[in-house]
Design a protein around this ligand. Structure first.
Ligand code: SAH
Length: 408
């Protein structure tokens, strides 16, 4: 049972009762000064139990809720039950042992495990913890994962938490600063791990790659893109990372695909990914550059593409940043539409949770107006079921993906 009770400010219990899993510092009457990261606490309203979660003194989200059942203890069995439930959902709807062997096994808040992300790449799981408050619980999470999935190893990418207070002694005798990640259990993962995604082979660098190594949230959207790539002569994939959408375009039938990203290491892997899929990288382009600079350069050459993919990073990380993000989306789309041939396909994504689909489409419409493009919306998609969204946590509903066709 929760040892410590933290009283909520008036009227703030409602959203927790509704299932929202975050308690901000300012929502607590008296945030304790000396409570350790990871301590299990009960949040109360007028002394009565509302929910139980773990404490993080270094985050604006002081408590992340794990259960609303006063009888549910937070121990090894709790982590096992939640992880078992998350893995069962994947086995049912996004199986990871057949032609696709990668999936997000645990998607934080969406799986009732706030702050915990686990991506599976073939026989390796990559764990990323988004709160120091999870460190004391990490061994239970590892045990639960090993119990639920046949793994060769678990790699940790929780760089933010490596210097947690309770680990300082262990780290003190190391010469160099802690590495970005480490094997938490089992074997060293190969470099790279080669996974299968709907018949594509993808090399994933779990050590130095972005996030956990690959962007699994776009898996089904990459598949969806393939049919629109049929018969395309020249495709441009902006913010390509390791070339996932580029491969989808090439395998879908695009004759030449140019991948653009500012991450040179990602582009080296993109080349390798072309080879892994029997495609000759020499017939395609790999450009390390800022996307806007590159689009401007292409415009000055009067280049034309008949398929363009845009998958930028989140433009708005806070509500305040939304107007600037919408301007950013509008100018990015303007630059892309200027290069899109009549009859061309534009596949465009936004992963800013704060930007609604309507706002995003509004930015695209503004760009269409300015470039005198008539756009038809052909397909509209979101995130796949291994990235579930808790309805009480609308912040989790972040990914939007649209396929448009430009009029001839
Ligand atoms: N579409 C990819 C994921 C893209 S993630 C996939 O399917 O796997 C976003 C990418 O944008 C990252 O690789 C990052 O390096 C790149 N990036 C961010 N800002 C950029 C910029 N201004 N110019 C070029 N690349 C950028």
């Amino acid at each position: 049972m929760g040892q410590v009770k933290l009283e909520l400010q008036k009227e703030l219990a409602r959203h927790l009762r509704g299932g929202h899993p975050w308690v901000y510092r300012r929502a607590l009457e008296k945030p304790p000064a000396d409570l350790a990261a990871g301590a299990i606490v009960d949040v109360t309203e007028r002394g009565k139990f509302v929910a139980r979660g773990y404490f993080d003194p270094s985050s604006a989200v002081r408590v992340r809720i794990l259960t609303r059942d006063p009888a549910e203890a937070i121990g090894p069995l709790f982590w096992r039950r939640r992880i078992a439930r998350a893995v069962a959902l994947r086995r049912a709807y996004t199986p990871f042992e057949g032609e696709t062997d990668c999936a997000r096994l645990v998607h934080g808040e969406g799986d009732g495990l706030p702050g915990v992300v686990v991506d599976l790449y073939s026989k390796w799981a990559v764990l990323k913890l988004y709160s120091k408050g999870l460190v004391p619980h990490r061994s239970h999470i590892l045990d639960a994962l090993r119990g639920e999935v046949g793994l060769e190893g678990i790699y940790g990418r929780d760089e933010e938490v490596e210097v947690a207070a309770d680990e300082e002694n262990e780290l003190a005798d190391r010469e160099s600063p802690p590495a970005k990640g480490q094997v938490l259990w089992g074997k060293e993962p190969p470099d790279p791990i080669v996974v299968r995604e709907h018949g594509m082979r993808i090399a994933v660098d779990v050590r130095a790659g972005q996030k956990t190594g690959y962007f699994l949230d776009q898996r089904e959207n990459r598949l969806a893109l393939r049919r629109f790539a049929q018969g395309r002569a020249r495709a441009l994939n902006c913010f390509s990372y390791t070339g996932g959408f580029s491969l989808a375009a090439a395998l879908g039938g695009a004759a030449e695909v140019i991948s653009v990203d500012r991450d040179a290491a990602a582009l080296r892997l993109a080349r390798r990914n072309f080879e892994l899929n029997g495609l000759d990288p020499a017939k395609h382009g790999f450009v390390t550059a800022d996307v806007l600079d590159h689009l401007a350069e292409r415009r000055s050459e009067q280049a034309r593409f008949d398929l363009i993919v845009l998958d930028p990073p989140a433009f708005a990380k806070s509500q305040k940043a939304v107007p600037a993000a919408l301007d950013g989306y509008a100018s990015l789309h303007r630059a892309a539409l200027q290069l899109l041939a009549p009859g061309g396909i534009l596949a465009t994504a936004s992963c800013s949770a704060r930007v609604t689909p309507e706002e995003f489409v509004g930015a695209v419409r503004e760009a269409a107006l300015k470039t005198r493009s008539d756009l038809q919306l052909l397909e509209e998609r979101r995130q796949p079921p291994d990235h579930p969204v808790l309805l009480a946590f609308p912040e989790g509903r972040y990914l939007k993906f649209f396929i448009f066709r430009k009029g001839d």
